[in-house]
Design a protein around this ligand. Structure first.
Ligand code: NAD
Length: 250
């Protein structure tokens, strides 16, 4: 028995068309899971990688800036795949401005996508998982779940909130067979960090603080997701697992 085997499981991954979501979908597929990728645009690259791993790929087009599509995502997954075993709340956005200038629009947009939709999708998936007495929910948090950061007030609030929700849901659902945990990626090379990487001062300052001596590549994230999605983590509840090249150890 391989405790990391995901054969026969179905995983919903939001924001699976690029970056960390795409890498997580590929890693779960390589471990054997059927992938339901949720996103706003075509996910052909992710589809190709998942199918190359020899498992099924389904795509659901949805805009997660509102709660409107969330129940439908769960219903369609169960209808198409028979069950929903793993949910990865990965979709997220970031808006940058000094706190004194930060707009209500930038506040609401980030909180709605990163926190509100993640909670209500977890609620919809959680109902199904609790009925079955099993399930795995993985929230993609951030170092801003632990630290303040600068110029990203709604992002820090959303990711700190997501860490809190991870613990709350774990407390409510752990005894009922559902594991809720989070991954806190450090600084990864994706669209999310493009502005930082284009700023030579911030980019150098960040790199100099990472004990591993390099930024994370999307392929660095998949192992943690497979662990938290598999029976290897059956007694792991409510953690926020940093995958950060040692940033928080500094
Ligand atoms: P990314 O911008 O490449 O990916 C974000 C994904 O979310 C995309 O697939 C995008 O289409 C999707 N998305 C955004 N808004 C959506 C909406 N309204 N409806 C549906 N999908 C939507 O960046 P990424 O770095 O891969 O980000 C993935 C997650 O990782 C995010 O939650 C981000 O906050 C988190 N994260 C990233 C880093 C990093 O260094 N890159 C660090 C910590 C946390």
């Amino acid at each position: 028995m391989n405790p990391f085997d995901l054969g026969g499981r179905t995983a919903v991954v939001t924001g699976a068309n690029t970056g960390l979501g795409q890498s997580i979908a590929l890693a779960l597929a390589e471990a054997g899971a059927t992938i339901v990728a949720v996103g706003r645009s075509a996910m052909d690259e992710t589809r190709a990688g998942v199918e190359a791993a020899g498992v099924s790929f389904h795509e659901i087009r949805a805009d997660l800036s509102t709660t409107e599509p969330l129940k439908g995502i769960v219903e369609e997954t169960i209808l198409t795949c028979g069950a929903l075993d793993i949910l990865v709340n990965n979709a997220g956005i970031i808006r940058r401005a000094d706190a004194v200038d930060f707009t209500e629009e930038d506040w609401d947009a980030v909180i709605d996508t990163n926190l509100k939709s993640a909670f209500f999708l977890s609620q919809a998936a959680g109902k199904h998982m609790l009925e079955r007495g099993r399930g795995k929910i993985i929230n993609i948090a951030s170092l801003l779940s632990f630290q303040g950061g600068i110029r990203i007030p709604s992002y820090t609030a959303s990711k700190s909130g997501l860490a809190g929700l991870t613990r709350l849901l774990a407390c409510e659902w752990a005894a009922r067979g559902v594991n809720v945990n989070a991954i806190a990626p450090g600084y990864f090379v994706t669209n999310n960090t493009q502005a930082l990487r284009e700023d030579p001062d911030r980019s150098a300052a960040i790199l100099s603080r990472i004990p591993a001596g390099r930024w994370g590549q999307p392929s660095d994230i998949g192992g943690a997701a497979v662990f938290l999605a598999s029976s290897a983590s059956d007694y792991v509840h409510g953690i926020v697992l940093a995958v950060d090249g040692g940033w928080l150890a500094r």
